[in-house]
Design a binder for this molecule. Structure first.
Ligand SMILES: NC(=O)c1ccc[n+]([C@@H]2O[C@H](COP(=O)([O-])OP(=O)(O)OC[C@H]3O[C@@H](n4cnc5c(N)ncnc54)[C@H](OP(=O)(O)O)[C@@H]3O)[C@@H](O)[C@H]2O)c1
Length: 295
């Protein structure tokens, strides 16, 4: 009888090259490992190399943090003063860490869904503080130590970075900043031992859509059953890209296709198409309108 190979449903990042890559890393500083993509990334790293020290910066402590090698600093990264304290704490952890490379993962972020004219001004500004300012500030503070020891800066952007996105205008623009900034930073770091990776996930099941104010995220916290990925899948693709030394990864071919739209139709048309799609989505969200409704 022919032996059948069972395909594991849980994606795994464990390969010889990932193990070799992580064996060079002594400490990871991550923002937002308390949920979604950040949590999945850290779980994947610890599964392969449990001895790596992980320092998390977010408001809530990740529920899987229990070992001595995991440390949490409770911080609201939208607050400049609190961020400074958190960065000092991370710098001290790096000084004490065993010899080895440092991984900085700028992951914390949130969105806000709806027409800009109706959005809360303070929430929009806090989004820029977290998605943009905290990324630049934290990286700027920790980069000297990364340059000394070698390492990587992983910046979680989004496929929203590739086109203007009505109904999420500020969020998409904040991620366009992260994408372009990360690519430019990597170029500047070319002659050093530090490398930057921009990660562009598409819709991913996590707390993101709830936090962004979507009324009823379909399918376990995702956006669209055809497009949705799990945070674990995004984590695996991120680690693979990191190990390969990529500077940019768009997670999955469907997301790559959507992210390429602007090349064929230009930015203005892209904004129009995204606007129609997001408006339809909005009506479905709030009024339960089905496919083919008069938008
Ligand atoms: N899910 C998607 O569809 C998707 C797609 C593309 C890109 N992304 C990006 O992926 C990243 C992770 O999002 P996710 O999908 O994993 O969403 P999530 O489950 O909502 O996780 C967001 C993380 O950000 C942290 N955070 C939020 N506000 C913070 C603050 N003021 N200070 C410090 N940390 C804060 C949260 O931690 P605390 O609440 O403990 O502070 C949480 O750990 C974000 O940058 C997001 O923009 C997500």
């Amino acid at each position: 009888m022919k032996a059948t190979r069972l395909k594991s449903s849980k994606p795994s990042a464990r390969t010889k090259s990932t193990e070799a890559f992580l064996s060079r890393v002594s400490l990871v500083v991550v923002t937002g490992a308390s949920s979604g993509i950040g949590g999945a990334l850290i779980k994947a790293i610890l599964e392969i190399r449990p001895t790596i020290t992980v320092c998390n910066l977010s408001r809530k402590k990740p529920d899987f943090f229990s070992k001595e090698s995991t440390a949490h600093y409770g911080v609201d990264l939208t607050d400049n003063v609190s961020l400074e304290g958190a960065a000092d704490w991370a710098q001290a952890k790096i000084i004490k860490a065993a010899p080895g490379e440092i991984l900085l993962i700028n992951n914390s972020g949130f969105g806000d869904y709806g027409p800009f004219a109706e959005r809360d001004r303070i929430k929009q500004l806090k989004m820029i503080d977290l998605n943009v300012k905290a990324v630049v500030d934290l990286t700027s503070r920790l980069l000297p130590q990364l340059l000394e020891r070698g390492g990587s800066v992983v910046n979680i952007a989004s496929t929203a970075a590739f086109q203007p996105t009505p109904q999420m205008a500020t969020y998409a623009a904040s991620k366009a900043f992260v994408l372009n900034w990360s690519l430019a930073l990597n170029e500047e770091l070319r002659e050093t031992r530090v490398h930057a990776l921009a990660v562009c996930p598409g819709p991913t099941r996590s707390n993101f859509f709830k936090a962004a104010g979507f009324a009823s995220p379909p399918g376990e916290g995702g956006l669209n059953k055809w497009l949705d990925m799990t945070s674990e899948e995004v984590a695996v693709r991120t680690l693979r890209a990191l190990v390969r030394g990529q500077t940019l990864v768009v997670t999955g071919w469907k997301n790559l296709l959507i992210a390429s739209l602007h090349r064929f139709v230009g930015k203005e048309q892209c904004a129009r198409i995204a606007g129609l799609a997001m408006r339809k989505l909005r009506l479905e969200q709030f009024y339960g309108q089905s496919k083919g409704s008069d938008v």
